[in-house]
Design a protein around this ligand. Structure first.
Ligand SMILES: Cc1ncc(COP(=O)(O)O)c(C=O)c1O
Length: 333
């Protein structure tokens, strides 16, 4: 797979580390060897930097001077898009979806604080379930009338272009494993807007890899999430010029058992996973995404989902800034 023909801005300046999770492996004590890929250490943090590397290159190539994107009220994606827009001297407008009624507060900490600090040009809060693409189109129309050239980035940066961030990450992982002579049996990834999951799934398939890709859902049940991942994977295959039948929907693994009462809602398992990574490895997860994926990862290991002797890699996609907006989740625990 040659991805060099796709333009990118060069935000991903280094290969992120793959490290053993020695202490957690010891605690689990069932013969499965655990590793972590530190995409949380990418500049400006997390998986969105990989996607935006390609998306903002596309925006600039199209002559755009303004980015419009959307996300939840504590969206890492919105914060990271805003950060890169500042680097590029582009304007950035945010549409925030209040998925949990009453969850938006202008004074909230975490990502919300940074939306203001980093100077989003506008923030519009809309009700949960609103048509976010329509809201972004509306904003784009208004900005065009003012003489701006807006570029719309879909939620999570997940489309055929954004997924390049994670097909390229899959290539990076394969190269690292070759260098380390490390044979990974499974990779555990978050499955949300799904550019991460879909990009990895397409690339592993295109490379004919035997690595099992396990998606842990952050908001939807299994079947609904498979639809989301499959749609982005189809867009990505088309963008790559590959056969759309390369990846079948049935091949996708989207485990919905760790979402709990809903997106961004507290679960005991999430709190335990965040605490385990923090106390055993000094690694910060987040309450909305990697905490729930961490819960799935640790529970699957504990429950024998992987075989003794398997090497399993946890993809850490960032987001720890959101911890400061959900401190209550960790009280009295
Ligand atoms: C920290 C973090 N991890 C994982 C995800 C989910 O990734 P994706 O949207 O590609 O499914 C997000 C999405 O916002 C995120 O912010």
């Amino acid at each position: 797979m040659d991805l060099n023909r796709f333009k990118k801005r060069g935000y991903v300046k280094k290969t992120t580390d793959i490290d053993p999770l020695n202490n957690i492996t010891k605690v689990m004590n069932n013969g499965v060897n655990l590793y972590i890929k530190r995409d949380d250490m990418l500049e400006n943090g997390g998986n969105k930097t990989r996607k935006l590397d390609y998306l903002i290159a596309d925006a600039l190539e199209k002559g755009c001077d303004t980015l419009i994107t959307c996300g939840a009220v504590q969206s890492n994606h919105c914060r990271i898009t805003l950060a890169w827009s500042n680097v590029e001297k582009m304007d950035c407008h945010l549409i925030l979806e209040e998925r949990v009624p009453g969850s938006y507060s202008e004074d909230a900490n975490g990502n919300n604080f940074l939306f203001h600090l980093m100077g989003a040009k506008s923030i519009k809060v809309v009700q949960g379930g609103a048509d976010l693409m329509a809201k972004m189109e509306e904003k784009a129309e208004q900005l065009r009338a003012e003489g701006k050239k807006p570029y719309i980035i879909p939620g999570g940066g997940s489309n055929g272009i954004g997924a390049l961030g994670y097909s390229s990450c899959a290539l990076e992982i394969m190269e690292q494993l070759t260098k380390k002579a490390l044979d990974i049996d499974a990779i555990v990834v978050p499955s949300g807007s799904s550019g991460t999951h879909a990009g990895m799934a397409v690339a592993l398939k295109a490379m004919n890899s035997k690595i099992k890709l396990v998606g842990i859902n952050v908001s939807k049940p299994e079947d609904a999430q498979k639809e989301v991942v499959y749609k982005v994977a189809q867009q990505h295959l088309e963008h790559l010029g590959l056969d759309k039948d390369l990846l079948k929907k049935e091949e996708l693994i989207c485990i919905g058992d760790y979402v709990g009462p809903g997106y961004s809602r507290r679960t005991d398992g999430m709190v335990d996973a965040v605490k385990t990574f923090a106390t055993e490895e000094g690694i910060l997860l987040d309450p909305v995404y990697t905490g729930k994926v961490g819960d799935g990862f640790l529970t699957l290991v504990k429950d024998g989902y992987f075989k003794e002797g398997d090497n399993v890699l946890f993809l850490h996609t960032g987001g720890s800034i959101a911890l400061y907006a959900y401190i209550d989740y960790f009280k009295n625990k």
